[in-house]
Design a binder for this molecule. Sequence first.
Ligand SMILES: Cc1ncc(COP(=O)(O)O)c(C=O)c1O
Length: 382
Amino acid sequence: MGGTAVPLVNLAAQEEPILGEMRAAIEGVLRSRAYVGGGPDGPVARFEAALAQAVGARHAVALNSGTDAISLSLLACGIRPGDEVIVPAFTYNATAAAVARIGAVPVFADVHAESLDLDPGSAEVAATPMTRAMVPVHLYGLPADMPALLAVAKAHGGLAVVEDVAQAIASERGGKRAGAMGSRAGAFSFYPTKNLGACGDGGAVTTDDPEVDRLVRTYRNQGEPPGGKRYVHERVGWNSRLDSIQAALLLVKLPRLESWTEARRERAARYRRLIADAGLSGDVRVPPDGPGRHVYHLFVVRVPHRDDLLRHLESRGIGCGVYYPVPLHLQPCFRDLGYRPGRCPQAERAAAEVIALPCWPGLPDADQERVVAAVREFFRGR
Ligand SMILES: Cc1ncc(COP(=O)(O)O)c(C=O)c1O
């Protein structure tokens, strides 16, 4: 059917107006030739300071991905092979893979029926004497119930809580921003399609704890502590540094994040109106708009006959996506952990019902109306 008329995401709409600034930022790094590191005045250090301020955390450490941000946060909190780490069963696979990569054991807990974030009651049941940490995810941009999850962590001997903020930069709850909601650390991703995206891979950890900051800096740089002697390695580390070019590009984009976030929220509010006005509320369950500030990394609705709707929208040139079709406790890579269908019913239900509709800053009114008209056409025809 002749290409995608309404794309699911649209980086061009976001980047065209700032291409000149992005080019200048790249050129600045080319001229400096400080491609990695760059010292206290370089783009990496400046981006870390700007990110810490935007999140409301004392420290930020730039890394090469969100996946490493989770792994290194856990290592910095002292998580070791064999330790159990509670993760939601419904999220991107990286949340649990980052746990398994350091030899720890992901323990899958169910998600809340409405928010689809880690359910505190299920996390409570999942905790055992071997549990050492928990990684709540602010899925799609909606903050998880951090007060309740932090209470569970406290009740179980002070589990280390690492927020997975990959999809939720600038979201807020109770006056606190994601990544600084009382956890030990926040893990961010700057994958290009994220709300704040680099032009390649990137990530970061935020924390108020100077020791977590020091250890993440140590791990990211082959185990050399900051301020230590060159080629003296305190630990076996990783290579997980953010390139200067990516930091320079993120510095161009970060000041726009607030207006992009408001634009996403405004598009989401308009979807709610359009869906209700089209008489679709019986078929299409819109996402909860709170508690807290949802930043709509994805606008995800829940529907019956999801796969048929997906095909219908694709046939109309409307980009849509399923995040995620297989819950993590049933992923082939975690088969050895022995989970069976039925163990996390809300996650399994969500995996069968969710579909993301195009929702990006600058999505034209007419395109949004076209999306809703195509959804209505589908349900009318059934
Ligand atoms: C919820 C979640 N966690 C972790 C990640 C991993 O981030 P990255 O792709 O930067 O490694 C992503 C994104 O890809 C994500 O959506």
